[in-house]
Design a protein around this ligand. Structure first.
Ligand code: LLP
Length: 426
């Protein structure tokens, strides 16, 4: 029996059981304890390669900067570095970790917002490219005599995203230089003697096929600004960066992201406008999102006013449903095809009524009749999962394991009580 979420060699069903990279999910849960994030290295590689193939087919020069905020685990960074990825970092610590993992500074772009003077000092010393987000940042970089490479982030006026919080283009948006000031920003940068080599946009995160057209309109706009910027700077741009954002299929009703249409659309727009510099993209979710799942064990099954399945993870482990009303497919790893379905609330173990893994507390999910001790798998948890985890309710953040072919290893141990309180003074 096939389920819409099956991905050959990665996430499959066999004998009523969920298998991840050829390992039985329930066995992993038993061996490594739950809650547990499980990643499949080969799926990460495959996603990265799918992007490369789509851009290779256009013949245009490009580079891929992995948005490490989606999942900054050093083992994942190392894996992507070996494939030739570069890095999009958003904090000095992300830059530090990327460098520690072997990325050289020229392969790292820093795109931060509300950046402090101390952060700027550290970034300048680190040798990475700084993507300027505001006139304030530009002024302070000038005062600090920054002579490294910079680019400018602009807000092209429209955005797209999986949720209002993840849209980053438009009026009520804190990021980038707005349209009315963008040419002035390039003029100021030139007057101030900053070495601006690129232009950047990121309209939002987690959009799908329907939004590609909207995205491509912003690409056209950005290219037109890029051409004006070249005139202002009296030199060609070294790159134009269209940000991240390609989504993944979280729900059956969605379709896979059309990467060919996306890559070809970008390449066509560049060609049509005779802009020849390399294109940069900064995907995060597309690379790691469907490569990770969260395994959690069922603690309680009980019909209260509604049927409630209580599990041993909460929004401290995966906040996306509670924070964005995000849909994550939930499957019973040891009863995949059990025909009897019960519309249930899959509830976390935190003391908040919004701590559910359904999209909200009113949207019950039809699941096979579940028993205590069953293992539920929350799919598509590889991006913005462990990365956004917290210690709310003094819960430890879950462990992480990486399966790479025949080798499975713990890449993050579960936190301990001691670690949670070690910086606190009574
Ligand atoms: N570049 C910039 C400048 C960004 O701000 C982001 C994401 C990316 C690239 C990568 O976007 P991606 O390709 O992963 O969509 N926590 C939210 C997503 C927030 C995204 C923040 N910025 C979520 O769980 O949906």
């Amino acid at each position: 029996m096939n389920h819409w979420w099956e991905i050959p060699k990665h996430q499959t069903s066999r004998n009523n059981q969920l298998w991840i990279a050829n390992q039985k999910a329930t066995r992993l849960a038993k061996q490594f304890q739950t809650p547990l994030f499980v990643y499949n290295a080969n799926r990460i590689r495959e996603n990265y390669r799918r992007l490369c193939e789509a851009f290779d087919a256009t013949g245009a020069p490009y580079s891929i900067h992995y948005a490490m905020k989606a999942n900054p685990h050093p083992a994942i960074l190392a894996l992507l570095r070996k494939l030739g990825a570069r890095i999009d970092a958003v904090s000095p610590n992300e830059v530090r970790l990327a460098k520690q993992t072997g990325f050289s500074p020229e392969k790292i772009f820093f795109t931060g917002t509300s950046v402090s003077n101390d952060d700027l000092t550290e970034l300048i010393a680190s040798g990475v490219l700084i993507n300027i987000d505001s006139f304030s940042q530009m002024r302070r970089l000038t005062e600090k005599k920054f002579d490294g490479n910079a680019s400018i982030r602009w807000n092209p006026g429209t955005g797209a995203g999986i949720h209002d919080h993840t849209i980053t283009g438009g009026k009520f948006i804190k990021f980038g230089i707005p349209e009315k000031f963008i040419l002035k920003a390039f003029q100021t940068a030139r007057t101030n003697g900053l070495c601006v080599v690129g232009l950047h946009q990121h309209i939002g995160s987690g959009w799908l096929g329907n939004d590609v057209q909207k995205f491509l309109k912003t690409v056209e706009k950005t290219i037109s600004v890029g051409k004006k910027a070249e005139k202002i700077l009296s030199k060609p741009l070294e790159f134009i960066d269209f940000g991240g954002g390609p989504g993944i299929r979280y729900q059956e009703k969605q379709t896979d992201f059309p990467i060919e249409k996306y890559a070809q659309g970008i390449a066509n727009a560049m060609k049509k406008n005779s802009l020849n510099c390399p294109v940069v993209i900064e995907p995060g979710r597309f690379i790691v999102g469907d490569a990770g799942i969260l395994l959690t064990e069922v603690n309680t099954v009980e019909t209260k006013n509604i049927p409630v399945i209580g599990v041993n993870a909460g929004f401290n482990a995966l906040i996306r449903p509670a924070f964005y009303g995000a849909y994550h497919e939930i499957v019973n790893a040891n009863r995949l095809h059990t025909p009897v379905k019960v519309a249930s609330m899959v509830a976390g173990n935190l003391c908040e009524s919004g701590d559910v893994f359904n999209t909200d507390k009113y949207s019950l999910r039809k699941l096979p009749k579940t028993r205590e001790g069953d293992i539920l798998a929350i799919l598509n948890a590889g991006a913005y999962g462990r990365a956004m985890a917290s210690n709310y309710n003094l819960r430890e953040r879950p462990a992480e394991i990486l399966i790479d072919e025949k080798k499975t290893r713990v890449i993050t141990r579960k936190e301990t009580f001691r670690q949670l309180i070690q910086n606190q003074k009574p």
